[in-house]
Structures are given as structure tokens and as C-alpha cells.
Write a protein of this length. Sequence first.
Length: 508
Amino acid sequence: MPWEDDHHDVPHRGMITACAIGATVLVLLDQTIANVALPYMQGSFSASFDEITWVLTSYITASAIMTAPVGWLAARYGRKPLYVGCVFGFTVASMLCGAAMSLGQIVGFRILQGVFGAALVPLSQATLLDIYPAERRGFAMAIWGVGVMLGPIMGPTVGGWLTEIYSWRWVFYINLPFGLAAAFGLMIFLPSGVGQGRLRFDWFGFGVLAIGIGALQLMLDRGQEQDWFTSREIIIEAVLASLGLYLFLVHVLYAPQPLIRPALFRDVNFASGVLLMFMVGIFMVSSLALMTPWLQELSNYPVATAGLIMAPRGFGSLVTTVLSGRLLARIDGRVLVGIGLLFLSYSYWLMTGWTPDVAEREIIFAIILQGAAMGLLFTPLQVIAFVTLEPAMRTEGAALFSLLRNLGAAIGVSVATSLLARNSQAMHEMIGASITPFNRALQAVGSMHQVIDPATRHGAALLDRIVNQQAQIVAYADDYVALILITLPAWLLLLMMRPPRRTVGAAQ
């Protein structure tokens, strides 16, 4: 684009930044805002639980599939027409979702919403990288990172409030004013770019990638419900996912004009950064997926209180995201990412010792520490990965970053919840095997013997509840240990990265 190399003379930089961040928050908010409204939609459409979850699955799958060709679309049609068109399309699709009168309609409109929304996060990131000089990219990625981090956290709170006060349809209608403001702002302030009119599209690469990602998303979303590989459906989806992704990788390496250029991965910083971002996706979402049921089911916090306890995570992310943007001008970004990994590992280690009796201040401290770790990981990682990448590849690189983050999140949630369920069952069986009328520990409980006597129906039920609670405590601890172990490959990738040159700003 003609304005990429003239960072200091970009007019209306502040307005472009505001519109780009607004578009980012808009699309990421919609990934989680509909979750709390699902029971109300289920009643409106007379759908089963299995059917209504397609409202979430359809959006995530469509968004993941359409993220990959964003680089080609921006090069073919120009970034500004694509950007503005996607914001308008996302807003219209949101209105159609709110007006849907059947399950089929809302699933179809959610697919449309995912198709248009897929480009908004990578386009926002690439735009901010282009309009800011190298020495201010830390600041740009920091304020953009605030939107990326807070969007999914705000979603359930905003969605619950709108559904409670108005109806589930306002979860989608709320996008109208913000979507129109972002679209018109980008139309007015974003400089125009020139597309390459005769650029060839890699239909085969896109087709096998769509099959691979679509099958993988379906397998991950439905695996636990279908008992994984005991289900024929999951086996078929696993085969299609493996075949599609394998064919895509071979095609990228040997095709003359693939959908994703192999030159991207010749940049060591970018290649390492993409894999690290995949792990950040695992950390960012799987820990949330574990924390919410822990608070509600094990510690018996009401839903509203659990939401308030989780809120400091966003505060921790906000502080360190802004702080890391300022520190990047003085400190090697790899040091900040390393500190973030240390914070994250320590917060998980604290959680391995939690029981339902843990003090509330200890929970909040660990949650704030976890949020602070995410802020330290996210912003420096973006800057390190893109500082050595050619400007012409930034949009394509940003799309790949977004795709890997979403895949990491999907895999992280599925693996974490599956491990939790299986470990809970295994520990329940292990502990329960020792609960018999002949156990001396049970015979020595004095006055409680009559209450928890396993020979009586009431006692057996009470003991089963206690055993189930203890099994879940151990299963949650095992999940957090697994997350600590996942940070080890992240350290190796961090060591592979090269320090950014201080002269980059002048060079560009």
C-alpha cells in the first residue's frame, strides 16, 4: 500500500486507531456474548441443547475458515474496500441474527457473521502496524491488545445484562451503532490502497484448508459430548481434519502461488511467534474455561459473584498490556514475554493447591497474576514477530496469527475439559474403591458414623458427593499441572527468537 512506508505523515492516525480497535472489540465480543443467551434462544426456537450449540459452532467454524484468505483478499481488492465491506457485512449479519425466526435462520446468519468477521482482527492489526513507526509499534500493539484481551472477557457480562434487561435479540442489535461508526470512520479516515486486479486465487489450497479446519473445529466442539473416538462421527472428522491439513501443508510447500506463502516461515521471529501465539490461545481461553466451573461448582459461588471474582483478570491484563507497550522501547521484548511465562506458570502452580476452602483474596491474587501474564505475553510477542517481517506480508501474517490463536483456543478448551472429565471419573473410581463398610477410617468418625454410613442409602449418597468433590479437586489440579508443562515448549521457542534491532525504526 502506498502509505505503508510513510509512517510519520499518516493523517488522522488517532481516528483510524479508534475505528480499528472498535472493529476488533466488536468481532471478539461476539465470540462470547451469545453464550449466556443460549438458554433463551433454545426456548424461542424450541431447540435441543445439541441443536442450539450450533449457534456458537457455526460462527467459530466460519470465522476460522475465512481467516486464511484474508491476505489474498486484501492484496486483490485493496485493504480499505475489504475492511469497510467486512465491517458493514458483519453489522448487517448481526441485525439478521437478531431478527431470526427459526434455528436454521440464526445458524445461517451466524455463519455469515463469521465470514465477514474473520478479516476484522488481522486487518486491524496490520493497519496499526502500518500507520505507526517502528518505535511506536509497542504502543500500537498495546492498545490493540487491550481490545483483543478484554473483548472475550466482557462478552458474557454484556450479553447477560442485555438478555436480562431486554431480550437475547439485543445481544446482536447492540452491534448496529458501533458497527456503523467503525465502518464510516474507516471509510472517511483510512487511506486508500491499490489492489492487484489479476491476482490468482488458490482454490485447491483454500478448499483443503477449509475441510481441515472445519472438521477439526467440529471434532473439538463435539468430541466430549460424543465420547471422542468411540463415535463414528468424531473418527470421520478426525480423518478429514488430518487429511485436509496435511494436503494444505504439502500444497503450500510445492505450489507456485499458494494461499499462504512459505516465505513467511523463513522469518525465524515470525515462525516462532506464530507457534507461541498458538500456545497463548491455549492459555488465554482454557484457563477461563476451567476457572468458571471451579468457582460455581466446587466453591458454590453464585453466578453473579463468580463473574465479579473473574473481573480482576481483565484489570491485570489491561495494566500490563499498556505497561508492556511503554517498556518495549527500553527492554528487550523477549524478557517481557519470559516474565509473562513466569507469572503464568506461578499462577497455575498456586491453583494446583486450591480447595473449596481457599480464601477469596488468594483466588483474586492468582486471577490478577494470570491476567497480568497475558498482557506481558500478548503485546511484546506481536512486536517481536512482526518487526522483521516485510510490510507486504503483514496482512497475511496477521491473518495467520489470528488463525493460530483461535485454533489454540479451540484445542485448549477441548483438551482441558476432556482431561477434567476423564480425570474426575478416574479419581472417583480410585477413591470410591476404598469406601466400604469395612474401612476403619469410616468406623472411627464417632457421631458422624450414622450420617455417612455407606451401608445406608442416605450415607452412600452423601459419601458419593464427598468423593465426587475430592475427585474434582484432584482433576482440576492435574489440569493446571498440564498447563504448566505446556509452558516448557514456549520457553524453547522464545530462545529461538532474535532480538529486534534498534535501528529498525530508521530503516523503515
